[in-house]
Design a binder for this molecule. Structure first.
Ligand SMILES: Cc1ncc(COP(=O)(O)O)c(C=O)c1O
Length: 389
């Protein structure tokens, strides 16, 4: 049976053209480490790693206006989960305050819970039934001077996109550092680090950036970096005579050997994204998401969760199959029609509570740049088929 991959919110597939070949070439023809070898192959790889930091800066508008920011402010991490832990646990201590939203993934909610047990006061700003943060309510949450605000830019459950300009404006007016978890937005949504005056931006390499798993980046200002202690320490290839981590970026938060195959794959993927452009990618994903929502909206027993149309969202669409178990629906979608989705709580119970789908969860369809209208129509027909039996 033909397979249709609609789980790009989990990880993108296929990856950008050339990603696999670039990784294979590096593994088979170079394999050199950086910061640890005094020979040309190591310098060549170091150049590619630096170029990849630079490409991330260009893509996310970092350093264009805020001239102090440079490649050193791009820290490679194994995933956004690690990056968020580095930021949250590195920056917050007992007695500090943290503001998050009620749409957060467990990558924020779990470290926040750990911190609350360690004496950090965590305030969760409620969102409406479609997952949208009310800027007014958010502003009130800042009254008691949190040390940090961390919010999800686009929901991995409902695709709801927050108003980053409004939220960042509120934080800026009060001098509160804002960190965006852009896991479901990076690569499709235009994000301008400088214009939004962000303190931090967390991006996974393996979702919308169309690179491999195991690589992501946190893009952080010097001010945020100064607030953060390194929570993982070890070799960096720099100031090796000291038992303390270097206090400069990116070394302060890059202990151990970097995932160089991952960075090489990401480099290739970023070239593709740069050519295609995030706005064209988002337009395609929204065309499919809109077609899908229009096609399923009136099917009895199927409820679209989150924004009803294509405004204020990304290409993540959750459905609640009200008359059946959602896990059963996902199973039948694959076994009858080869459609791959993800059911359950999507590591985001807070978001499901906000959207009214806890504990049932939903079936999530995430449209990627390589999906087609024909695949979308096939998914709609399959949903009609499994709900009519
Ligand atoms: C909104 C959001 N934040 C964080 C993460 C964690 O990303 P990773 O699993 O790559 O660490 C995800 C992953 O699905 C996500 O969707």
């Amino acid at each position: 049976m033909r397979k249709i991959y609609l789980d790009n919110g989990s990880t993108s597939f296929p990856k950008a053209p050339g990603v696999g070949d670039a990784i294979k070439r590096y593994i088979e023809e170079s394999g050199a480490n950086i910061n640890r070898g005094g020979y040309q192959a190591a310098y060549d790889v170091a150049d590619t790693v630096l170029e990849t930091r630079s490409m991330l800066m260009d893509l996310f508008g970092m350093g264009r206006e805020r001239k102090k920011l440079s490649e050193k402010n791009v820290v490679f991490v194994p995933s956004v989960t690690y990056g968020l832990n580095f930021i949250l646990k590195g920056a917050l201590r007992s007695g500090d305050r943290l503001v998050i939203s009620s749409m957060e993934h467990n990558a924020v909610a779990r470290p926040a819970d750990d911190l609350s047990k360690a004496g950090v006061e965590v305030s969760t700003c409620p969102c409406d039934g479609e997952g949208r943060l009310d800027p007014g309510a958010f502003e009130k949450m800042l009254d008691r001077g949190p040390k940090l605000a961390v919010i999800n830019l686009a929901s991995n459950v409902s695709g709801t996109l927050q108003d980053a300009a409004a939220i960042s404006g509120i934080c800026r007016a009060r001098g509160i550092p804002l960190v965006l978890d852009a896991s479901q937005a990076a690569g499709a949504v235009d994000i301008d680090f400088d214009e939004l005056e962000l303190a931090g931006l967390c991006v996974p390499g393996h979702k919308g950036l169309l690179g491999p798993q195991g690589i992501g980046a946190i893009m952080i200002t010097d001010e945020l970096a100064d607030m953060m202690d390194p929570i993982v320490t070890g070799g960096t290839g720099s100031i090796s005579d000291s038992l303390e981590m270097p206090d400069f970026l990116p070394d302060k938060f890059e202990p151990g050997t970097l995932n160089i195959p991952g960075i090489i794959g990401l480099n290739q993927a970023l070239k593709f994204i740069r050519t295609e452009t995030p706005s064209r990618i988002l337009a395609h994903e929204l065309r499919l998401a809109g077609r899908f929502i229009d096609g399923v909206r009136d099917i009895p027993g199927v409820k679209v969760i989150g924004p009803a149309g294509t405004a204020g969202r990304v290409g993540v669409v959750s459905l609640d199959f009200e008359a059946m178990d959602n896990a059963d629906a996902a199973y039948r979608l694959e076994s009858s029609c080869g459609i791959m989705t993800r059911c359950g709580l999507h590591c985001a119970p807070l978001a499901h509570r906000t959207l009214g789908t806890y504990p049932r969860g939903t079936v999530r369809f995430t449209f990627g740049y390589f999906n087609t209208e024909e695949e979308t129509d096939h998914a709609i027909e399959c949903i009609k088929e499994i709900t009519s039996k």
